[in-house]
Design a protein around this ligand. Structure first.
Ligand SMILES: Cc1ncc(C[n+]2csc(CCOP(=O)(O)OP(=O)(O)O)c2C)c(N)n1
Ligand code: SF4
Ligand SMILES: [Mg+2]
Length: 306
């Protein structure tokens, strides 16, 4: 299959911004073992997206995009919210679903792609906010897990409805007061990772986006397990710096604080035995490829010297 995913109309080429040209020409399609370290040389997301400056959602998006194991054969499913503002700026096939319906849409898509392309591996990845995943879309989210759909669900957890000005969500922390939720949250954050485990997910992780390598590994694991075994769930803290009254550079510190031991976003990972076996096997294969590459580089250097 061609890795030529997005194309520029020749008639418009002379007026397209350089950013868009870079996206067309320098995406990392076709590269095995891609990851966040490719960000400097490649491009999967336009920088001038419409999120607030410094919003951690943009960081998380970038790490996820660079970590998709098979971007040329991936379809992402978004939902209404701040996350959806980025989808028009990415170089991966994507669908915008009605708010809350994302896991139902992804389920149908996954099944259709399996029928249409029986000889291919097509990954379907949902990426939606906490309001879409846990509140209005909870039924669709859980039912897709009950049905063991082979899809990955990623929730950008900013602990409220960001896009509509700050309403309470099930993932909001207790006693938090938001602009549109002045009474303060009366009960604890819903434990969705536990619900995901109880609902049949084979790989579940909760993390912040402060450590790119961690995001890369988690995303890769979640997608590869979903591809072979069944549903997976990843919850990433992407604080709304606007609501928290933080400067654009302060998102990272907020995430580092929230992932400390005992804090609500301390790193958590769960794998079923079957998922664990697959992850170990894939890691071993990756290591063989990495060592072979290292050896080839060493040999090339020696040859150049001689
Ligand atoms: C069916 C439907 N209900 C409600 C809305 C209004 N709406 C748009 S975005 C949003 C909240 C999004 O919150 P979340 O999913 O947490 O994403 P965030 O903006 O925080 O990233 C709501 C309620 C809508 N667009 N469609
Ligand atoms: S409102 Fe908050 S979550 Fe939405 S783009 Fe701005 S900083 Fe990010
Ligand atoms: Mg939200």
């Amino acid at each position: 299959m061609s890795t030529n995913i997005i194309k520029m109309s020749e008639a418009l080429a002379d007026i397209m911004p350089q950013e868009y040209k870079d996206l067309v020409e320098r995406s990392t399609y076709g590269k095995v073992d891609r990851g966040w370290r490719d960000i400097g040389e490649s491009k999967d997301l336009i920088e001038t997206h419409s999120l607030c400056a410094g919003c951690p959602e943009s960081l998380a998006f970038r790490y996820i995009m660079s970590s998709l194991p098979n971007p040329e054969d991936t379809v992402m499913v978004g939902s209404t919210g701040c996350t959806s503002l980025v989808f028009p700026h990415i170089a991966v096939h994507n669908i915008h679903s009605l708010f809350g319906n994302q896991n139902a849409v992804a389920s149908g898509l996954k099944r259709t792609l399996a029928l249409r392309f029986p000889d291919k591996t097509k990954d379907v990845v949902v990426l939606a906010g906490d309001g879409a995943t846990v509140d209005i879309g909870l039924d669709m989210t859980l039912q897709s897990w009950f049905r063991q759909e082979k899809i990955t669900t990623i929730c950008f957890d900013n602990e409220f409805y960001g896009n509509t000005g700050g309403q309470e969500s099930g993932l909001m922390q207790k006693q938090f007061v938001a602009k549109m939720a002045p009474a303060g949250k009366q009960f604890d954050k819903v434990n969705l990772p536990q619900l995901a485990i109880d609902s049949g997910c084979h790989y579940v992780a909760m993390l912040t986006t402060s450590k790119p390598m961690r995001v890369e590994k988690v995303i890769r694991n979640a997608i590869e397990v979903a591809r072979e075994i069944g549903p997976t769930y990843v919850q990433i803290y992407t604080p709304c710096i606007l609501e928290l009254g933080k400067q654009s550079h302060e998102g990272i510190d907020e995430m580092k604080g929230a992932e400390k031991k005992g804090e609500r976003f301390e790193f958590f990972e769960y794998r079923t035995d079957q998922a664990g076996e697959l992850i170990d096997k894939n890691d071993a294969e990756r290591k063989v490829r990495k060592d072979a590459k290292k050896e080839a580089r060493k040999k090339a250097k020696e040859t150049a010297k001689a």
